[in-house]
Design a protein around this ligand. Structure first.
Ligand code: CA
Length: 227
């Protein structure tokens, strides 16, 4: 367990203990519903299922400059949202709702979902792997709109720092890629860089050309407080 995860777990445990008696009250006050619309702005990358969560400020699914959690590693390397979803759902005192889109979100495509939030659950986090990449993910941690009904924010692509960027078909999961003449492999390349940083994109060092590259931001996010 990383130092970050240990600290996060400690914080969450403290919140559970302190908030036990008032949790129902907090939930009743936090009854706002938000629509979240996410548009893929890249020219040649798809998002795997996009995880969304409403939570308090005591929870972060990633912190740039620190090591990724094991759950984020699976999302960033394999596109799997189940482990991170389970970890967040295990923190009901700090996390209000977790959801995810289905399938892939291609370039220029918009997907949406709704989430309950508000009260002390005043933040929204998003995460989705970019394919084809080794361990790049679209990530966002932002405040929910409380005083106005719409907020527009842009999300960057980060490197999870858990896998070397060899850009090879054997290392990257996914459906049929023209460059691979079939599905990606999804093998574990290992040799991670160590910390979550801004992704350097596709450099053309493996099986994928630089036309798969992008510039930040990679997603436009519109958060709408529903009536
Ligand atoms: Ca990497």
């Amino acid at each position: 367990m990383s130092r970050r995860m240990t600290a996060l777990t400690t914080t969450v445990l403290a919140l559970v203990l302190v908030g036990q008696g008032t949790h129902d009250t907090v939930l009743a006050q936090a009854g706002s519903r938000y629509e979240v619309r996410i548009t893929n702005l890249t020219p040649g990358q798809s998002f795997t299922p996009i995880l969304g969560a409403t939570h308090s400020g005591g929870v972060s699914i990633f912190v740039p400059g620190t090591a990724a959690s094991p759950e984020l590693r699976i999302l960033a390397e394999e596109g799997g949202v189940a482990p991170l979803t389970a970890a967040l759902n295990a923190m009901p005192a700090s996390v209000m709702e977790v959801t995810a889109t289905a399938g892939l979100t291609g370039p220029g495509v918009t997907r949406s979902f709704t989430l309950m939030g508000g009260g002390t659950y005043d933040r929204l986090s998003l995460a989705a792997m970019l394919i084809p990449t080794n361990d790049a993910f679209m990530g966002l941690d932002t405040a929910l709109p409380m005083g106005s009904d719409v907020k527009v924010v842009y999300a960057y692509a980060y490197d999870a720092g858990t896998e070397v960027n060899d850009e090879r078909c054997a290392s990257i999961p996914g459906p049929s890629f023209p460059e691979c003449r079939g599905p990606g492999g999804g093998g574990v390349a290992g040799r991670g860089e160590g910390a979550v940083v801004i992704s350097s994109g596709i450099l053309g060092v493996g099986d994928f050309p630089r036309t798969r590259d992008w510039k930040n931001p990679v997603a436009r996010v519109v958060i709408h407080l529903l009536p």
